[in-house]
Design a protein around this ligand. Structure first.
Ligand SMILES: NC(=O)c1ccc[n+]([C@@H]2O[C@H](COP(=O)([O-])OP(=O)(O)OC[C@H]3O[C@@H](n4cnc5c(N)ncnc54)[C@H](O)[C@@H]3O)[C@@H](O)[C@H]2O)c1
Length: 284
């Protein structure tokens, strides 16, 4: 089902992580050039070695990037433009997980007094602001081409609203809301903005081995690739403001059927339908 992405240039954050590595490999396989970025450089060696082995190394560049640093995000976008001549696709995948609080964070939930203001700020800057910094830096180039793809990886609504799953949940809720707003803002420019979530706890380092699940029951890393490749393709021109549950996307059926099982509007537009507003709701 995968479409060719020949000639497209993508930036993938969190490329050293569980999903990021697989998304990077999927984009390379589809023909795109990729700037694979992560705060931890050691984890970028594996994608680089795999790329050497399968002959895609000329289309891969790896870069240390802390997405909570706005200047570094701007520099990374400029680097990708210099290196590959464009930035067409931005996959905001990198994030901090709750494992910062310990390997049993999925069962031993944290209370507000266990979260320092500095930790709160760091989660918000990585899990929300980082995507905004990169979007702001990448959008001018996408606008000049009249084409772009931004895919934000948020999380399940359950996790966003879960008690004692802060700061991760609320920061991801902010990213979900930002995605809906940016979809509306950039639609006239040919830039689509969508959310892809795995659909539940997944088989990545963000879910520690100590978590009370058999790894085989977790969402596999490969699940994220088919909906993302489709969203990056020409077939998905104009498809914006949606959220896709990757675990529900079946790559063996038609795109229409895969979409109907996986797709819904991003965020909570039904709740946004009726604010009390002087002279009625604004049109945009
Ligand atoms: N694993 C799950 O159960 C699950 C569920 C829902 C959503 N997600 C989301 O999937 C995405 C990928 O996570 P994953 O499961 O592969 O986990 P992961 O921990 O393997 O990958 C996350 C990557 O983000 C990187 N990162 C952290 N801080 C960064 C920073 N400041 N700058 C740049 N990169 C940074 C990490 O180094 C890591 O490589 C995340 O957005 C996560 O929130 C994961």
């Amino acid at each position: 089902m995968a479409q060719s992405l020949d000639g497209r240039v993508a930036i993938v954050t969190g490329s050293a992580g569980g999903f990021g590595r697989v998304i990077t490999a999927g984009l390379l396989d589809a023909g795109a050039s990729v700037l694979a970025a992560d705060v931890q450089t050691a984890g970028l060696d594996e994608p680089a070695a795999a790329s050497q082995a399968d002959g895609t190394a000329g289309r891969l560049s790896t870069r240390q990037l802390d997405i909570s640093d706005s200047k570094a995000c701007g520099d990374a976008v400029a680097f990708a433009q210099d290196k590959f001549g464009s930035v067409d696709i931005l996959i905001n995948n990198g994030a901090m997980g709750m494992q910062l609080f310990g390997p049993h964070h999925m069962t031993e939930l944290v209370k507000i007094d266990e979260i320092s203001p500095e930790t709160w700020d760091k989660f918000v800057s990585v899990n929300l602001s980082g995507a905004w910094y990169l979007t702001r830096a990448a959008v001018p180039h996408m606008k000049s081409k009249g084409w772009g793809r931004i895919i934000n990886v948020t999380t399940s609504f359950f996790t966003m609203l879960r008690g004692r799953f802060h700061p991760y949940g609320p920061a991801k809720a902010g990213l979900e809301a930002m995605s809906a707003g940016h979809a509306a803002e950039f639609e006239p420019d040919g830039i689509t903005v969508n959310v892809v979530v795995p659909g539940g706890p997944s088989d990545t380092p963000m879910v520690p081995e100590e978590a009370p699940y058999a790894r085989v029951d977790l969402v596999p890393t490969s699940a994220m690739v088919p909906p993302m490749l489709w969203l990056c393709s020409e077939d998905a021109n104009g498809v914006t403001g949606n959220r896709y549950i990757a675990a529900n996307w079946d790559d063996s059926v038609s795109v229409a059927d895969a979409r109907s099982a996986s797709e819904s509007p991003a965020a909570w537009p039904d709740l946004a339908a009726a604010p009390v507003w002087p002279s009625g709701r604004p049109n945009e």
